[in-house]
Design a protein around this ligand. Structure first.
Ligand code: HEC
Ligand code: HEC
Ligand code: HEC
Ligand code: HEC
Length: 264
C-alpha cells in the first residue's frame, strides 16, 4: 500500500467533513494566457468548476459591491470580500537564518493583509466556488486537498505543515532587508525595498503590457507603517501584472522571480 496515497485519502475525508460533507476534488492546473486579466485566468472560478455562478459573474467569487463579509480575521484588510474567510491560526515559517522572527518583526498573524484572502481558497478546506453567502453544490468546486506540486492547497493545515514549509510571509520587509546577514559576512542578502526591477508584462488590451519599472515596495502590503511581505508579493491574483505562468510577478527563467529580492 502506497503510504502517500493512504495519507491523501485520510485527508480527503477530514477535509470533506469540515467543508460540510463536500467531496475533496483534485483541481488540475489550468491552461491560460498570462497577463490577460482575471476573467481569462484560473481565478475566474467559472473556468474551473462544473456549474459556475448563476449570472456568470467573475469578481463575485471574491468581491461583492454590497453586504461584504464581516469577519475579525480580515478586519485589517477587507476589499469588499464575498468568499467564506479562513479563520485558522497558522504557525509562521522559522529557521536559524530567517530574520523575520529573530528581529522581532513578525506580525502577530502571518496571514496579515491579502494572504488570508488567498488562504480562503488555498487552504485545502473551503470550497473554491463558495461565494455570496451560498454553499456550492456537493462536489462542485469543493476544496482540493494535498501538499504536492501544482495542487491548490499550499498551506494545508490538514497535513500539519500549514505555512511552515512555505516561503516566509507576514514579516516587515524593510527590517529584514536592513538586518539580514545570512550565513556569511557580506551584509544583507536582501535588496532594499526601493530597488527597481524591470519586467516585460505580457498583457493585452486593457491590461498592462510592455516593459514596466517597478520597485520591490510596490509588491508589499503597506499597512501604514510597514512594508509587509505577503502572497501578493510574488503573485498577482488578477492575472494582470505577470509576465508568465503561476501568476508570478517576475519570470521563472534564470530564477528572476527569486532575484527580484534576493542577492544570490
Ligand atoms: C480569486 C479571487 C479574486 C477575484 C476573482 C477578483 N479579485 Fe480583486 N482582489 C482579490 C484579492 C485577494 C485582493 C487583495 C489585493 C491583492 O492581493 O492584490 C483583491 C483586490 C482588489 C481590489 C483592490 C486592490 C486593487 O488591486 O486595486 C480591487 C479594486 C479589485 N480586487 C477588483 C476586482 C474586480 C473588478 C474583479 C473582477 C473583474 C476582481 N477583483 C476579481 C481577489 C480577487
Ligand atoms: C517568494 C515568492 C512566493 C510567495 C511569497 C508565495 N508564492 Fe506561491 N508560488 C511561487 C512560485 C515561484 C510558484 C511556482 C511553482 C514553483 O516554481 O515551485 C508558486 C506556486 C503557487 C501555486 C501553484 C501550486 C503549487 O503549489 O505549485 C499556488 C496555488 C500558490 N503559489 C499560492 C500561494 C499562496 C496562497 C501564497 C501565500 C500563502 C503564496 N503562493 C506565496 C512563489 C511564491
Ligand atoms: C475564490 C477562490 C480563490 C482565491 C480567493 C484565490 N485563489 Fe488562487 N486559485 C484558485 C483556483 C480555483 C485556482 C486553480 C487551481 C487549479 O485548477 O489547479 C487557483 C490558482 C492559483 C495559482 C496557480 C496559477 C497557475 O498558473 O496555475 C496561484 C499562483 C494562485 N492561485 C495564487 C493565489 C493568490 C496569491 C491568492 C491571493 C492573493 C489567491 N490565489 C486567491 C482559487 C482562489
Ligand atoms: C518579494 C521578495 C522576495 C521574493 C520574490 C523571493 N524572496 Fe525569498 N525571501 C525574501 C525575504 C525578505 C526573506 C527573508 C530573508 C531573511 O530573513 O534572511 C526570504 C527568505 C527566503 C528563504 C529562507 C531563508 C532563511 O534564512 O531561512 C529562502 C530559502 C528563500 N527566500 C528563497 C527564495 C526563492 C527560491 C525564491 C524564488 C522562488 C524567493 N525566495 C523569492 C524575499 C523574497
Amino acid at each position: 500500500m502506497n503510504i502517500m496515497k493512504n495519507r491523501i485519502l485520510t485527508v480527503v475525508c477530514a477535509a470533506a467533513l469540515s467543508a460540510g460533507a463536500l467531496a475533496g476534488v483534485a483541481l488540475a492546473k489550468q491552461t491560460y494566457t498570462p497577463g490577460t486579466g482575471v476573467s481569462n485566468s484560473p481565478h475566474n472560478i467559472n473556468n474551473v468548476v462544473t456549474n459556475g455562478d448563476e449570472y456568470g459573474r467573475v469578481c463575485a467569487y471574491c468581491h461583492t459591491p454590497h453586504h461584504a463579509i464581516v469577519s475579525g480575521a480580515i478586519a485589517e484588510y477587507n476589499p469588499l470580500w464575498s468568499h467564506q474567510v479562513n479563520e485558522e491560526t497558522y504557525t509562521p515559517y522559522a529557521s536559524r537564518t530567517f530574520d523575520g522572527g529573530s528581529v522581532d518583526n513578525m506580525q502577530s498573524d502571518p496571514l496579515v493583509g491579502p494572504s488570508r484572502l488567498c488562504m480562503s481558497c488555498h487552504d485545502g478546506v473551503i470550497a473554491v466556488s463558495q461565494h455570496y453567502g451560498t454553499a456550492p453544490a456537493a462536489g462542485n468546486g469543493s476544496a482540493a486537498v494535498g501538499d504536492n506540486w501544482n495542487e491548490i492547497s499550499v498551506g494545508d493545515l490538514a497535513f500539519g505543515e500549514g505555512l511552515t514549509n512555505d516561503h516566509p510571509i507576514g514579516f516587515d520587509y524593510d527590517a529584514v532587508a536592513s538586518t539580514d546577514k545570512g550565513n556569511g559576512t557580506l551584509g544583507s542578502g536582501i535588496k532594499a525595498a526601493n530597488t527597481q526591477f524591470s519586467v516585460t508584462l505580457a498583457g493585452t488590451g486593457v491590461n498592462y503590457a510592455g516593459t514596466h519599472d517597478r520597485k520591490i515596495s510596490d509588491l508589499m502590503y503597506n499597512n501604514g507603517s510597514k512594508n509587509i511581505m505577503t502572497c501578493a508579493s510574488c503573485h498577482d491574483v488578477h492575472n494582470n501584472e505577470n509576465p508568465e505562468d503561476y501568476l508570478l510577478i517576475n519570470k521563472q527563467a534564470g530564477s528572476q522571480i527569486c532575484l527580484t529580492c534576493h542577492k544570490k
